[in-house]
Design a protein around this ligand. Structure first.
Ligand SMILES: *[C@@H]1O[C@H](CO)[C@@H](O)[C@H](O)[C@H]1NC(C)=O
Ligand SMILES: *[C@@H]1O[C@H](CO)[C@@H](O)[C@H](O)[C@H]1NC(C)=O
Length: 702
């Protein structure tokens, strides 16, 4: 499947937003690329409607069935099973799909194979069109998104944000209903902006009318569309059911270790946020006792079926869950046996554990270790039987784009990540020798002693949440519509935006004064961690190492003598800007197609990045003390040099074993239990206290 990625390289750097942004290389899409881009946008709008494409697709599309074109696919023998399965049991929108059930997994494996094996763009386009018409839509979007990440000829393709493709899993029923009302009422009284009906809805978090428990007060965090999308994409990049293909070997990216690390860091970040609300540690999920945190998602499916809620003090230990609970006990026992026999202290062992817990394709023994990740999800889901196949109804815990809304997510992962800490307890403790960087010293840290967070309005384009009529060209000259966008009503385009307040922070900057006895390459890491617990007591490092959250990790060139290492928060590596709305993307695509406007491709909104706005915890009005941790450390060359095998300007490079800066274990130096805090007294480590103030007004002038 070698095809040329159709982009023109521009060797310029882009300086975003008043000099505060990252220096990012970018490319400009050429005509071939724009054609593909347009197709992707069309396939992903108003997904539950099949007959609203503006572009006229000829009968070769409408009548296409992959089975009749097997010669157009590589490894056609590997598709036979799916063809047969589909013939007997097709999976349409009358069923609820989730990747977590084995019966459902079969479909995604078959579908992704078809997408990946299509020999050329023509075939790919046809099979995608076929799936868009026939396949269950959540399944389709999931499989198509994966194919767009991994097909060589789709490198750089921009997918609209998942929360705009599928607003049903991000915005509550009230918001979706109100969007529908505006549309049904013919946008009566709605002002047109440049001939486009422009609706802005205030979308509320589920605790708007009151908190059902303390965690509910954090629904701005739990329901953040950017953070939930991040988690969704992380699981798109590393699907548990796949080991990747010949050119993308997921295990090359230390997928198991990364799995543990991402969840560890999510827990650390959540704890920082909890401290801003005087909430303490996340409890571990206890399967046998009532769980104090109930949950109410507010979400509903396209067909109106609501996602189930849960009362406070719900008990999961009942008949329906006994089997799942027994499995969790048994797999836990086996994994603990494995951990306590460990005698190897390298990242391979950590990676093995991660693969085992997730129960992914690279697990050393899936039959023996199962998938704790999935079994916990089954327990929380405790689904009511649903549909003709006696499946259980998949609630919010069964989808990657909704599971993090439930505070129980963190309690469950506290258990799973707990196994990681059990493994790390078998490793020898790091001592000064492991931490020190001979000849290198951080003389001083310069950064503001107070940082500011605030809420600001954020608009997501949820036009896809309302049904539209088949296209008509009778009385319109509307350029967006004639170009292909189908959010259209009586002669005019429309856009419906859900406006939510979301956390953000003022940019900040640090400078490290570092002396080095020689010129050399080094890495700099920055973490933020708690200082005090919810009662105001200092947390000793021996009990705090798990709570440090990584903000930055990058390579620097030290000169012999004094260095001033300066970096702004908006340059931090794995953080990304807010996504451009679907509406704007369409306009840009149209302009690029019809004029010499340049459709830029870069990584400023990369799907694999963490939303910039989630960097700092909210803090408090009167300030809340946290601590930064700075480290300068020798550079450890990874086996495969960074960015090998892919184009970092337009791709996250999943599966090439070259995504990460260095070969250190993720989370170093906090990745092993700290039992002697004075080992941290080395000259290349520095802690720095900061107070985070929350400014209580909504503002969009950062
Ligand atoms: C959110 O709450 C406000 C205040 O009650 C209300 O005006 C608005 O309509 C609500 N938004 C939605 C989408 O229901
Ligand atoms: C459609 O637009 C025309 C004029 O642009 C207007 O007269 C008519 O009432 C509109 N119809 C509806 C259903 O909104």
């Amino acid at each position: 499947m070698k095809s040329i990625t159709a982009v023109v390289v521009l060797t310029l750097t882009l300086l975003a937003l008043g000099g505060q942004g990252k220096h990012l290389d970018f490319k400009v899409a050429d005509k071939d690329f724009l054609v593909k881009q347009k197709f992707v946008f069309e396939m992903l709008s108003h997904i539950y409607q099949d007959d609203v494409f503006v572009t006229k697709y000829d009968t070769s599309f409408w009548e296409y069935t992959p089975k009749e074109h097997v010669a157009d696919y590589h490894h056609a023998d590997k598709l036979e099973h799916f063809f047969e399965l589909w013939e007997h049991h097709p999976f349409h929108d009358d069923q609820f799909w989730t990747v977590m059930y084995e019966r459902h997994e079969e479909y995604v494996v078959g579908l992704v194979r078809m997408f990946m094996f299509a020999k050329n763009w023509e075939t790919f386009q046809h099979v995608v069109f076929w799936a868009r018409q026939h396949v269950n839509k959540q399944l389709f979007v999931y499989a198509f998104t994966i194919a767009c990440q991994f097909r060589d000829d789709m490198e750089g393709i921009v997918l609209p944000a998942q929360y705009e493709i599928h607003p049903w899993t991000f915005f509550d029923g009230q918001t979706l209903e109100m969007a529908e009302h505006y549309k049904m009422h013919g946008f009566h009284h709605v002002k047109q902006l440049n001939n486009v009906y422009n609706v802005v809805l205030r979308s509320n978090y589920t605790n708007y009318f009151g908190d059902i428990n303390y965690e509910h007060g954090m629904s701005y965090f739990l329901e953040d569309v950017g953070l939930n999308s991040f988690y969704y994409y992380f699981n798109i990049d590393y699907p548990f059911w796949s080991e990747g293909d010949e050119t993308h070997k997921l295990n090359n990216d230390r997928r198991g270790e990364f799995y543990l690390y991402v969840h560890w860091q999510l827990l650390a970040r959540y704890y920082l946020e909890r401290l801003s609300h005087d909430l303490g540690e996340v409890p571990s999920f206890n399967m046998y006792e009532p769980v104090s945190t109930g949950f109410y998602s507010g979400l509903r499916h396209y067909n109106g079926v609501p996602y189930p809620s849960r009362d406070n003090h719900h008990n999961f230990y009942h008949d329906h869950n006994v089997e799942h609970i027994n499995f969790v006990e048994m797999y836990t026992q086996r994994i603990m046996d494995w951990i306590h026999k460990n005698k190897k202290y390298d990242v391979d062992v950590i990676n093995m554990l991660g693969n085992m817990i997730q129960g992914n394709k690279d697990s050393i023994d899936h039959q023996f270790y199962g998938s704790l990740d999935k079994y916990y999800r089954y327990i929380v889901n405790e689904g009511r039987p649903f549909g003709k196949y006696h499946d259980e109804f998949p609630g919010t815990f069964m989808h990657y784009d909704t599971s993090m809304r439930d505070p129980l997510f963190y309690e469950v992962y506290k258990n799973l990540v707990g196994h990681y800490w059990h493994l790390m307890e078998t490793f020898p403790e790091y001592t000064k020798q492991d931490y020190v960087f001979e000849g290198v010293k951080i003389d001083a840290v310069h950064m503001p002693e107070s940082l500011t967070t605030y809420f600001e309005y954020f608009d997501a384009d949820i036009s896809n949440a309302v049904n539209v009529a088949p296209p008509s060209f009778d009385h319109t000259t509307d350029p967006l519509h004639t170009f292909g966008r189908n959010s259209f009503y009586n002669g005019s385009s429309f856009v419906i935006k859900a406006r939510q307040h979301r956390l953000n922070h003022k940019p900040f900057e640090f400078v490290l004064d570092v002396t080095s006895d020689k010129a050399q390459t080094a890495i700099v890491k920055v973490f933020i961690g708690p200082k005090f617990d919810e009662y105001g007591n200092v947390i000793p490092l021996e009990h705090n190492f798990q709570n440090f959250f990584e903000l930055e990790h990058y390579k620097v060139q030290l000169e012999a003598g004094v260095n001033h290492i300066k970096r702004g928060s908006s340059e931090f590596s794995f953080w990304v800007n807010d996504r451009t709305t679907y509406f704007e993307l369409y306009q840009k695509l149209m302009d690029a197609t019809n004029s010499d406007f340049k459709f830029k491709l870069d990584q400023s909104e990369a799907h694999c990045g963490v939303p910039n706005r989630m960097m700092l915890p909210m803090g408090k009005k009167g300030g809340q003390v946290y601590q930064f941790f700075y480290m300068v450390y020798p550079f450890h060359q990874p086996t495969t040099a960074e960015h090998t095998g892919y184009d970092p300007v337009i791709s996250c490079g999943v599966g090439h074993g070259s995504r990460f800066v260095d070969a250190l274990p993720f989370g170093f130096p906090f990745n092993r239990p700290v039992m002697h805090d004075y080992y941290f007294d080395v000259e290349n480590f520095k802690f720095f206290d900061v107070k985070i103030f929350h400014r209580d007004e909504h503002t969009n002038n950062a």
